[in-house]
Design a protein around this ligand. Structure first.
Ligand code: FES
Ligand code: FES
Length: 165
């Protein structure tokens, strides 16, 4: 039996025919839709490499059945940059050396985007470390990751202030 799945992925509405209801969102993105920026690390909810935003909330896409996301808006690393301009979080990861091999980086960046949006009380190094603790980096680039998230927070709040002035 084929299931019809409606998703908006990086702003584009799509209808996808799914013949296997057990397909995870991660496998759908990578293997059916060619969005391989989202990485598969553990495939069991332990590493955060597969983090995407579902209706604005960060989730491990390896733990979500694609069918359970019907009607949702999904954001992946491929949708972050606009008009050849990196998203401030992407730029901050480069600036702060927030990676080594880069395998965990798409998940780190998507998690950071959501963390910055969630953090109404602002962020400090401890809050960043706690808020990013679901994203494991096997290269242990944690110092750079923390600095990148703090730098992106500064950039985004300065941008928001400029807009409201
Ligand atoms: S691949 Fe999903 S949490 Fe590791
Ligand atoms: S940069 Fe290599 S796993 Fe994080």
């Amino acid at each position: 039996m084929t299931h019809s799945l409606h998703l908006t992925i990086n702003g584009m509405a799509q209808t996808i025919a799914l013949d296997d209801p057990r397909v995870t969102l991660l496998d759908l993105l990578r293997e059916r839709l060619g969005l391989t920026g989202t990485k598969k690390g553990c495939d069991r909810g332990q590493c955060g490499a597969c983090t995407v935003l579902i209706d604005g909330r960060r989730m491990n896409s390896c733990l979500k059945l694609a069918l359970s996301c019907d009607g949702a808006e999904i954001a992946t690393i491929e949708g972050l940059a606009s008009d050849d301009r990196l998203h401030p979080v992407q730029a901050a990861f480069i600036e702060a050396d927030g990676f080594q091999c880069g395998y965990c980086t798409p998940g780190q960046i998507m998690s950071a985007v959501a963390l910055i949006a969630e953090a109404e009380a602002g962020l400090d190094p401890e809050r960043v470390r706690e808020g990013m603790s679901g994203n494991i980096c096997r290269c242990a680039a944690y110092a750079g990751i923390t600095e990148a998230v703090l730098e992106a927070t500064r950039q985004l709040s300065a941008g928001a202030e400029r807009k409201s002035a």
